[in-house]
Design a protein around this ligand. Sequence first.
Ligand code: TRP
Ligand code: SF4
Length: 333
Amino acid sequence: MPEPKLPERERVFSGMRPTGRLHLGHLLGALPNWVRLQEQFNCFYCVADLHALTTRFDNVEHMKRDGVEMVADWIAAGIDPGHSVIFRQSEVKEHSELALLLGMIVPASWLERVPSYKEQIGELGQRIATFGFLGYPVLQTADIILYKASRVPVGEDQLSHLELAREIVRRFNGLYGPVFPQPRAVLTETPRLMGLDGRKMSKSYGNTIDIAEDPEIARSKVMSMFTDPARQRLSDKGHPDRCNVFSYHKFFEAPAAEVDEIDKGCRNATIGCTECKTRLADRILAALEPIRGKREALLAEPGRIESILDEGRARAQDVAASVLEEACGAIGL
Ligand code: TRP
Ligand code: SF4
């Protein structure tokens, strides 16, 4: 089969639902991956507000503000709007149209099979058992292929969506001719940062530290972190390899000599958890300080983020319109 026409420079696409402020898990996980890819590729990063609607259609009051806060976090963490295209999904109408067209060729059984579908309904209830939620991966596929993006930085939880996207592309190309490349996932390399309580870091568990967290609150959150349960007293010997605080020190790039000192001190009970956590809090606050400064400067300028999103919309639409036209032409519309 002939190859699809590809852009000169490979494109990257990713998105996040506007859930409000991002946390340290994003700062050390997804975002460095997004930032790194900017050097080599044309990147499109979207505020997936239509995807957010699949689960928060009845809680829309702060959605726009949540998107703006999230974009401020992105930029403060190093996404460069002069380079990457940052936009809102709902403002580029081509996403909706391509999703509708893809919906014609995607068997409902493929969607019912996606592991996250049943899981999420199990978790969030029948309230979200909608047409839109079933079609979540179709919309996600439209997002990606509307830019003929070949690489998609995502977490492991999105792998089944990417696999489905590839399947949808094969079906489209098989039916109408080679329009779209098959996108592949670029997995985040950094191991996952756990939440303050040792479970997965997630807003819904209330175990996060936000990128924009007030420094004193961030400090008290660090001081409340779970440590090795074997260390009840200062004289109890600990196991740093079982302690979340210890892994945070490494995530936040404590110098090797200090990691070593904490490791030994914990094992011999010569350093206490309070001191260990105080040092970690200092380390995290120092890392967040410049990011918070950048974020505040962005948000202090009225309309700054909106104008970034406006420009992003125009740049995204430019590509989206021409790819959609190609797709419609292939279908014979
Ligand atoms: N579904 C993704 C998530 O929940 C967000 C998303 C929307 C996305 N569209 C995308 C990710 C396109 C990658 C590519 O994290
Ligand atoms: Fe964890 Fe540090 Fe306490 Fe050891 S000293 S258990 S590494 S917090």
